[in-house]
Design a protein around this ligand. Structure first.
Ligand code: ASP
Ligand code: MG
Length: 387
C-alpha cells in the first residue's frame, strides 16, 4: 500500500469548518487506496498564546515545562481531527510524537530528531486506519517530551515520510507554494514550480516560513521530494527536490528576515561565537576586514545569556537574501549594493558566498530595497512601473 504523509499547518485546521474540510480530503485520499499519515500543527496562534501565558507566569519558564505546554496545542488538533475523521466514517487514530517513536536529543524547545521508530504507525496503517500525528514533538533519550523548534511540524512530516518510505510528503497550508519573494511584500512575486533543496534551505534560513530549514535538510539527506502547497488544492504548489528539471535561472528567490541584530566590534573574527552567544542569537553571517568584524545574527534564538561585550555595538537590521545558482557571485553582490545606493540608502554589512548574498539593511528601508531587487532580478514578472 503506497503511503502519503500530509502535514496541515495551523491556519488549515483553525476553525471547525476547516478541520472538517481537512477530514474530507484525508478521507478521499484513503478511499483512493493510500495509507494516509496526517501530521497536524496547533490551531491558529495557539502555540504563541501558550508561550505568552507561560511568560506571564515566569519571565524565563523552565524549558522542559515549556515543551510539555507547547505540545498541548498539537494534541488538540490531532484528537479533534481524528474525531472528525471517525465521525465521517473514516477510521482514524491520533498519536503524540512520542507514541510514533520520534526520538530526539535532550535540547528542550529546539530538539533534533535522532531516530524514528514508527512501529505503531505501520500497525495502524495495516489495520486500515488513518494515522494522525501531533507535529513538532518527540521524546528525548532522557524520556522527556521535547519540541523541534518553531515550525517543527514540517520536520515531523519529513521524518515520518522517510521512516515509512512514503511515496509522497506534502506540506499543506494557506500558501500556494514557494514564491520568488514573499507575495505579501512583493506583489510581482511568482510561484516557483520546482526548487532545489539547497536553495529552499537558504530561503528558509533567511526568512521564508513556508518550510522549516531543518525539514529541508532532512528531506535532502533522505532523498524525499516534498510538495509545498495549499490545503485547498487551488494551486499545484512547489516541489522541493534534488535539482529542478527546468534550466535554472541565475536567481531563484529573495527573502527578507526582519528583526535581526548587527554586532560590530574592532577585533578578531575568533570572537564571533562569544559575541553572538552573549546575545542568545543564531549567527547568520560574519564579515571581517581591516580589523573590524561584523556579525549578523537572527533573533530566532534562545534567551540572551549575557549582555553584549563592552567593545561590541549592536544595532537592529533586517536581512535580505538573494538565493540561487548565481546568488553568491560578485555580480549579484554588486547589484545589491548598487540598488540600495540608488534608493539613497546604504548596506550595513554584506556577505556573498556559495549560492547566497545576504545584506544587512536599515529596517525602515528593507521592503523598498526588496521590491527593487525583485524588479531587477525578475524583470519579466514586473508588471507596473516602479514607484
Ligand atoms: N505549533 C508549532 C509552532 O507554532 C509547530 C508548527 O506549527 O509547526 O511553531
Ligand atoms: Mg510552518
Amino acid at each position: 500500500m503506497p503511503i502519503v504523509v500530509q502535514k496541515y499547518g495551523g491556519t488549515s485546521v483553525e476553525s471547525r469548518e476547516q478541520l472538517l474540510a481537512v477530514a474530507e480530503s484525508v478521507s478521499s485520499l484513503r478511499k483512493e487506496g493510500y495509507g494516509v499519515v496526517v501530521v497536524v500543527s496547533a490551531r491558529g496562534s495557539t502555540t504563541d498564546s501558550l508561550v505568552s501565558e507561560a511568560k506571564l507566569i515566569a519571565a524565563e519558564p523552565a524549558q522542559r515545562e515549556l515543551d510539555m505546554l507547547m505540545t498541548a496545542g498539537e494534541r488538540v488538533s490531532m484528537s479533534l481531527l481524528a474525531i472528525a475523521l471517525n465521525s465521517i466514517g473514516c477510521p482514524a487514530v491520533s498519536f503524540t510524537g512520542s507514541q510514533v517513536g520520534i526520538i530526539t536529543d535532550t535540547r528542550h524547545t529546539d530538539a533534533r530528531i535522532l531516530e524514528v521508530r514508527p512501529f505503531r504507525v505501520v500497525e495502524e496503517l495495516e489495520a486500515g486506519n488513518v494515522v494522525v500525528v501531533g507535529g513538532f514533538q518527540g521524546v528525548s533519550t532522557a524520556k522527556d517530551v521535547t519540541t523541534l523548534g518553531r515550525g517543527g511540524s514540517d520536520t515531523t512530516a519529513v521524518a515520518l515520510a522517510a521512516a515509512l518510505g512514503a511515496e509522497r510528503c506534502e506540506i499543506l497550508s494557506d500558501v500556494d507554494g514557494v514564491y520568488t519573494a514573499d507575495p505579501n511584500r512583493v506583489e510581482d512575486a511568482v510561484r516557483i514550480d520546482e526548487i532545489s533543496y539547497v536553495d529552499m534551505a537558504s530561503l528558509a534560513r533567511y526568512g521564508a516560513t513556508v518550510l522549516k530549514e531543518e525539514a529541508v535538510r532532512f528531506a535532502e539527506r533522505e532523498g524525499i521530494a516534498v510538495l509545498v502547497g495549499p490545503s485547498s488544492g487551488r494551486s499545484p504548489g512547489t516541489i522541493v527536490l534534488d535539482g529542478p528539471g527546468a534550466e535554472p535561472a541565475p536567481v531563484t528567490g529573495l527573502t527578507l528576515l526582519p528583526g535581526a541584530d548587527l554586532l560590530e566590534w574592532t577585533g578578531s573574527i575568533e570572537d564571533v561565537r562569544d559575541q553572538v552567544e552573549r546575545l542568545g542569537r543564531s549567527l547568520s553571517f560574519v564579515v571581517s576586514a581591516c580589523g573590524r568584524t561584523a556579525a549578523a545574527a537572527d533573533r530566532r534564538g534562545r534567551p540572551a545569556s549575557q549582555d553584549p561585550a563592552a567593545d561590541a555595538t549592536v544595532r537592529p537590521v533586517d536581512l535580505i537574501a538573494v538565493v540561487g545558482p548565481d546568488g553568491g557571485t560578485d555580480r549579484v553582490a554588486t547589484e545589491v549594493v548598487r540598488i540600495a545606493e540608488g534608493l539613497g540608502t546604504t548596506i550595513a554589512a554584506i556577505s556573498s558566498a556559495g549560492r547566497a548574498t545576504v545584506a544587512a539593511v536599515d529596517p525602515g528601508e528593507s521592503e523598498r530595497i526588496l521590491r527593487e531587487l525583485h524588479a531587477a532580478f525578475f524583470p519579466a514578472t514586473t508588471s507596473s512601473p516602479r514607484r
